[in-house]
Design a protein around this ligand. Structure first.
Ligand SMILES: NC(=O)c1ccc[n+]([C@@H]2O[C@H](COP(=O)([O-])OP(=O)(O)OC[C@H]3O[C@@H](n4cnc5c(N)ncnc54)[C@H](O)[C@@H]3O)[C@@H](O)[C@H]2O)c1
Length: 402
């Protein structure tokens, strides 16, 4: 029976779907560090994680039997994708499932900051009646600057406009502007116009520290700042100084450079205790709706992959979409060099089998060839395919109907 290990409190729908597909599933609440992870992966075919578990090249090297990893979140830079692909481990994530949740939280925070509701709430809980319009604003008519116009940034753009905001955005890539949103040619151009700046960039290494003292200085006086993307993109010391000086009128931060690993762990940050600053524990995408959808989506990808070899939306494998096979199927992940398919077909023909169908996709240094044949695979053929010098991993699939 194949085994799946699910870490970090993944929605139970994932265990249900994997269980229904024939997996023996173990679910743990927390993340594991490298040595504990390697130990826990003994005999495990499929690993499910969220953002805290680091799957390093070392983990992949020490667990050669692992076949696939599900990242039950959006980001995948906690996984060494290259090392995983080179070892024949397919990685899947859920790029869209929690987009709406992040957008709704950003909208809520923009309003809360503009009205200074956090401070009002703290005062009243402390027993002080502080009724005042000072520093309180409507968001209607104000300019929102969105940095990173991907899945989240672009959906936020639509909702913010619906609330009457003017939207400007900046993205490294040329993006289609939705509604009346205006693209900016540079981050500086955006910072000059926006009264609220919100970051929705991805976690690429080049974004480390992209928003610091220089960028805060360029923001308009008394503007608002939000980061719900990645913790390491913002210099928190610089943000603190700008809040204390009053240059930034308020901030909402959901992601931190060093986040505690476990529920209830202590949290330290230079941003604690600042006025009109909302701190949340990386919950932008954490709604029950999003977690359920992520669980369903990623588990579905893992089940499809192990049943048919389908790699649609894999973040590190060449991608092919497949249905059931007619008699027998094998998928050969191989080094992307000339002549591999010809060698595969010659081996298949040498065993008197006919190729019913064949699909090839490539991605950088890797090729992924899926072959359907008209009879069960002889063990000798499997051994010969595995012995090809270009072979990275061979997976044979049981017979399945369409
Ligand atoms: N807070 C949470 O709980 C939570 C939940 C989901 C996603 N996220 C994070 O939100 C971010 C956005 O997610 P997404 O799904 O929209 O990603 P995405 O990949 O669809 O969009 C990111 C966009 O940012 C752009 N970009 C990257 N670097 C940039 C830079 N330096 N300047 C300008 N543009 C830049 C990219 O070109 C891309 O269009 C990611 O970092 C993701 O990890 C956080």
């Amino acid at each position: 029976m194949p085994r799946a290990l699910l870490l970090e409190n993944i929605d139970p729908v994932a265990a249900d779907l994997l269980g229904a597909a024939g997996y023996e599933v173990e679910s743990l609440r927390g993340a594991l560090d490298e040595d504990d992870l390697v130990a826990a992966l003994d005999g495990v075919d499929v690993l499910g994680i969220r953002s805290k578990t680091q799957v390093t090249a070392e983990v992949v090297r020490r667990r050669p039997d692992l076949s696939a990893i599900g990242a039950f979140c959006i980001g995948t830079n906690q996984i060494d994708l290259r090392a995983a692909a080179a070892a024949g481990v397919a990685v899947f994530n859920a790029p869209y499932s929690n987009t709406r949740s992040v957008v709704e939280m950003a909208i809520a925070e923009i309003i809360i900051l503009a009205r200074r509701l956090v401070d009002r709430d703290r005062s009243l809980h402390a027993g002080t009646w502080d009724k005042s319009a000072s520093g309180s604003h409507e968001i209607r008519g104000r300019t929102l600057g969105i940095v990173g116009y991907g899945n989240i940034g672009s959906q936020l753009s639509v909702l913010a406009e619906a609330l009457g905001m003017r939207v400007v955005f900046y993205d490294l890539e040329d993006k289609l502007a939705l509604g009346n949103a205006q693209p900016c040619g540079s981050l500086e151009e955006l910072l000059e116009q926006a009264e609220t700046v919100t970051l929705h960039v991805d976690g690429r290494a080049g974004n480390a520290g992209m928003f610091g003292a220089e960028q805060f200085a360029r923001m308009r006086r008394r503007s608002l700042f939000l980061n719900l993307s990645r913790g390491f993109v913002v210099d928190h010391e610089a943000l603190r100084e700008n809040v204390l000086s009053g240059h930034i009128a308020g901030a909402a931060v959901d992601v931190f450079p060093d986040e505690p690993r476990e529920q209830g762990d202590p949290f330290t940050s230079v941003l604690r205790g600042l006025p009109n600053v909302i701190l949340t524990p990386h919950i932008g995408g954490s709604t029950q709706e999003a977690q359920h959808d992520i669980g369903r989506f990623v588990a579905g990808k893992l089940v499809d992959y192990s049943a048919t070899g389908t790699t649609t939306l894999s973040v590190n494998f060449p991608t092919v979409a497949l249905h059931g096979s007619s008699a027998a199927r094998f998928a050969l992940l191989h080094r992307n060099v000339p002549g591999v398919l010809a060698r595969v077909d010659a081996l298949v023909g040498g065993h008197g089998l006919n190729v019913d169908g064949q699909v090839l996709a490539t991605r950088g240094e890797l090729g992924y060839a899926v072959t359907d044949v008209n009879a069960p695979l002889p063990p000798d053929l499997v051994a010969e395919l595995e012995a090809l010098p270009e072979s990275v991993r061979l997976t044979a699939f049981e017979r399945r109907g369409d």
